[in-house]
Ligand binder design. Structure first.
Ligand code: GLN
Length: 482
């Protein structure tokens, strides 16, 4: 029998198209592997085996009737913060336990229209706040490659599912690194699209000015395939932009076989290679630089001078937005309610019981930075610094096509370590938050492993709507899969 679980998305699409196997066979094999791994890896919050099999039967029928769609009968795993009609959507929070999505998020509607099947909802940090998937109300996920370690977060379930061959591909969301960092820790590809490239409608909002949904896949080609489907303007999201959607799988078409990166200038931002970068991470990224040069690219030293302000700026902007976005969870409209005669008391008790410690910490921090008397000193100032950070990127992109940098300062650490040290966790986001603050696009790619076998990633960062260049370079730099 074919090893369905090890397939890439592209292979699955081709196999289904050629009639080499059916969607039912594919879905059945995946569901079996997913269920068997729940007690250890715990990549999923919920698995909809029955629903997925029904959808697979329907897809097989449609194909037999001559229909062909880009993802007909192909299962995709979805982070638990995206609404899929009829399925639970908890954002890994107690406060949303029992909530069933009444509609499809736009990205889901687009995938569904392309024929995709939704077989499970992946674990995440509660409300996407975190970088370890340990703040999930439903318990942590384990890294399937670096066993005993965190998978990264907040899209740790999606990364573990793809990296552990428990999904062909997944969607994640990235507010400050939540696609790229777990992709890097689990040895897979993750794309944070340009702000406005992909609709946010129907996604449980984290920080609305920073959030983007993107693919988490085994290969660059798979990521391009998913981006083709989910990108584009959505009338339901006023921040989505009306830019044409190119065929991303054509990004590397016609590139020189020997020197696919000929003519490309890759900027090396000095601040991303500073103190605190793990030596093995540095070594893998240096190798990626050398490969880029061998493939024809030119390296150029550049500077992102406000990098050091990235973490404080991000944690002011994002907490301000999360405190506003989470105000809607009050026990009246969604999920958990702790009943009480007095409505104010009911709000308080519901939120006290329904939110975890990290969520409360951020709501408090966000409320503080927005409060009168502190607004100018913190929130307003952070917005100004955010502009400076955006300008850093603009100035860098005036000198180069893309930036090449590490994704995280260190490889995945053991589960439980730093769990009660929020500052330590926040600091580990230093190499990813700048992209979200600036709004530009980035891709994380596997770059090898440490001596212990922990995956290490490298990220390419592109200007706004520079995804085609990003995919072209990523495809060239991609390492052969083990
Ligand atoms: N790790 C970051 C945080 O904790 C990023 C989260 C995200 O991208 N959703 O906020």
């Amino acid at each position: 029998m074919k090893d369905f679980c090890k397939m890439t998305l592209t292979e699955a699409v081709a196999g289904l198209r050629a009639g080499a196997f059916t969607s039912v066979e594919l879905v059945r094999a995946l569901i079996e592997a997913m269920e068997a791994s729940q007690a250890t890896i715990h990549a999923y919050v919920t698995i909809d085996g029955e629903g997925a099999l029904k959808a697979a039967e329907e897809a097989d029928r449609r194909r037999a009737a001559g229909e062909d769609l880009p993802l007909l009968g192909v299962p995709i795993a979805i982070k638990d913060n995206m609404n899929v009609i009829g399925q639970p959507c908890t954002a890994s929070s107690h406060i949303l336990e029992g909530y069933t999505a009444p509609y499809d998020a736009t990205v889901i509607a687009k995938l569904r229209a392309a024929g995709a099947i939704f077989l499970g909802r992946t674990n995440m940090d509660e409300f996407a706040l975190g970088s370890t998937t340990q703040t999930s109300y439903f318990g942590p996920t384990e890294n399937p490659v670096a066993r005993g370690c965190i998978p990264g977060g907040s899209s740790g379930g999606s990364a573990a599912a793809v990296g552990g061959d428990l999904a062909l591909a997944a969607l994640g969301s990235d507010t400050g690194g939540s696609i790229r960092q777990p992709a890097s820790h689990c040895g897979i590809v993750g794309v944070k699209p340009t702000y406005g490239r992909v609709s946010r409608y129907g996604i449980v909002a984290c920080a609305s000015s920073l959030d983007q949904v993107g693919p988490m896949t085994k290969t660059v080609e798979d990521a391009a395939l998913v981006m083709n489907v989910i990108s584009g303007r959505d009338p339901m999201d006023a921040t989505s932009l009306d830019e044409p959607v190119p065929d991303y799988t054509q990004a590397w078409a016609g590139a020189d076989a020997e020197k696919p990166l000929a003519g490309m200038v890759l900027g090396i931002p000095a601040e991303y290679y500073g103190e605190g970068l793990d030596p093995e991470v540095r070594a893998r990224v240096e190798e990626a630089k050398a490969r880029a040069v061998a493939l024809g690219a030119t390296l150029k030293d550049v500077s992102l001078p406000h990098t050091a302000y990235g973490i404080p700026t991000y944690y002011i902007c994002m907490t301000a937005e999360i405190s506003a976005n989470l105000a809607r969870f009050d026990g009246v409209r969604y999920g958990l309610r702790v009943p009480c005669d007095d409505v104010i008391e009911q709000y308080k008790r519901t939120r006290a019981e329904g939110f975890g410690a990290e969520v409360k910490r951020r709501v408090l921090l966000g409320t503080f930075v927005l409060s009168s008397g502190y607004y100018d000193a913190y929130y307003n100032r952070a917005q100004k610094v955010r502009t400076l950070i955006r300008r850093d990127f603009e100035a860098a992109f005036a000198q180069c096509d893309l930036l090449l940098a590490p994704v995280t300062p260190e490889p995945a650490w053991p589960l439980g370590v730093y769990q009660n040290d929020p500052i330590r966790n926040y600091l580990s986001d230093v190499l990813t938050v700048g992209v979200n603050l600036a709004g530009c696009c980035a891709i994380a790619l596997p770059a090898g492993t440490t001596a212990e076998g922990k995956p290490v990633g490298v990220q390419l960062i592109g200007p706004n709507f520079g995804e085609m260049t990003l995919f072209k370079a990523a495809k060239a730099l991609e390492l052969p899969r083990a």
